[in-house]
Design a protein around this ligand. Structure first.
Ligand code: BV8
Ligand code: ZN
Length: 237
C-alpha cells in the first residue's frame, strides 16, 4: 500500500475505472456478487435490447426498482475519496461502468459514463433524450411526448458504447501515470480492456477489489478489501 500511495501522490495524470463494487457500501447490489441483482433475473437477461423488445414492462420494473434504491442511497467514502483525489490531481479522468450517478453526487466532475446513466431516458421511437429523476415512475414504460416509449439511457449488452465517451476513456487510460481499477469484476468488455491499455502505456496499475479478478495477477498493486475502507487510506498523503 505504501508504494501505491507514493505513486499516487507523485502522479500528475490519473485515470480511474470503477464498477458496481464501489457502490456496494452505499447499499446498491452488485451484478455478480452474492444476492444477485433482482428477483430471479440476471443482469445479462434484462440488460439487453431483446429483453426490452420482448417485455419492456419487466425491464422497466427492474430499472424503476434500482432508481428508487439509488435515490435513497448516499455516496460512500470511496466515492468521496475519488472526488478529493480529483481536486488535487492536475489531469484526472473518472471512467465509470456504473449508471447510478453516485460519483456525480459525491462531487466528481470529469466523469466518463461508458455504460450510460440510469437517470437519463431516451425515446425508442424519436430518439429524444431527457433527464428524469422521478421515482417511482408513474407509468411503465414512461411515454415520450411523441407518443413513443422511452427506454433507460444506458448501454445494454450487444450495444455500442457512446463513441465520444469511449474515445475519451481510451485516451485517458493511454495517457495516465497511474490507473486505479476499483470494484469491478473486470469481465465486461470493452471497458475491462482499459486495464491493458493503461499497462501498455506504462502506467502503474492499482486494483482495489473485494475478491481477485482476472487482472489481479498482472497489476502493479492489488489491494483486496472494501473500497470504502482502502481508498481513503490510499489517497492519504
Ligand atoms: C459491446 C449498463 C459491441 C446497464 C452494463 C457474448 C455474447 C454477447 C456479448 C458478448 C459476448 N462476449 C462478450 C460480449 C461483449 C459484452 C460482454 O463483455 N459481455 C460479458 C458479460 C462477457 N459486452 C457488451 O455487450 C458491450 N457492448 O460489446 O458492443 C458492439 C460494438 C459496435 C456496435 C455494436 C455492438 C456492452 C457492455 C455494457 C453492458 N451494460 N450495464 C445497467 O447497468 O443496467 S454491464 C454491467 O456490468 C454494469 O455496467 C456493470 O458495471 C458492468 C460490469 O460489472 P461490474 O461493475 O464489474 O460489477 P460486478 O458485480 O460484475 O463486480 C463487482 C465487483 O466489485 C466484484 O468483483 C466484487 O468482488 C467487488 N466488490 C463488491 N463489493 C465491494 C467490491 N469491491 C470493493 N469494495 C466493495 N465494497
Ligand atoms: Zn419520442
Amino acid at each position: 500500500m505504501q508504494a501505491a500511495r507514493e505513486w499516487l501522490a507523485k502522479a500528475r495524470s490519473v485515470a480511474v475505472l470503477t464498477g458496481a463494487g464501489i457502490s456496494a457500501e452505499s447499499g446498491i447490489p452488485t451484478f455478480r456478487g452474492g444476492g444477485g441483482l433482482w428477483k430471479q433475473f440476471r443482469a445479462e437477461d434484462l440488460a439487453t435490447p431483446q429483453a426490452f423488445a420482448r417485455d419492456p414492462v419487466t425491464v422497466w420494473e427492474w430499472y424503476d426498482w434500482r432508481r428508487c434504491l439509488i435515490a435513497r442511497a448516499q455516496p460512500n467514502p470511496a466515492h468521496l475519496a475519488l472526488a478529493e483525489l480529483e481536486n488535487r490531481t492536475p489531469r484526472f479522468s473518472l471512467i465509470t461502468q456504473n449508471v447510478d450517478g453516485l460519483h456525480d453526487r459525491a462531487g466528481s466532475r470529469r466523469i466518463l459514463k461508458v455504460h450510460g446513466d440510469i437517470w437519463r431516458l431516451r425515446c425508442a421511437a424519436c430518439g429524444k433524450e431527457w433527464d428524469d429523476y422521478t421515482c417511482p415512475l408513474p407509468q411503465l414504460p414512461p411515454p415520450c411526448s411523441c407518443g413513443g416509449m422511452a427506454r433507460p439511457g444506458v448501454v445494454w449488452f450487444g450495444e455500442a458504447l457512446p463513441a465520444d465517451v469511449w474515445t475519451a476513456a481510451g485516451q485517458a487510460a493511454a495517457s495516465c501515470e497511474v490507473f486505479l481499477v476499483i470494484g469491478t469484476s473486470a469481465l465486461v468488455y470493452p471497458a475491462a480492456g482499459l486495464v491493458t491499455v493503461a499497462e501498455g502505456a506504462g502506467a502503474r496499475v492499482i486494483e482495489i477489489n473485494l475478491e481477485r479478478t482476472p487482472y489481479s495477477g498482472q497489476v502493479d498493486c492489488s489491494l483486496q478489501g472494501k473500497a470504502g475502507e482502502l481508498l481513503p487510506e490510499l489517497i492519504k498523503s
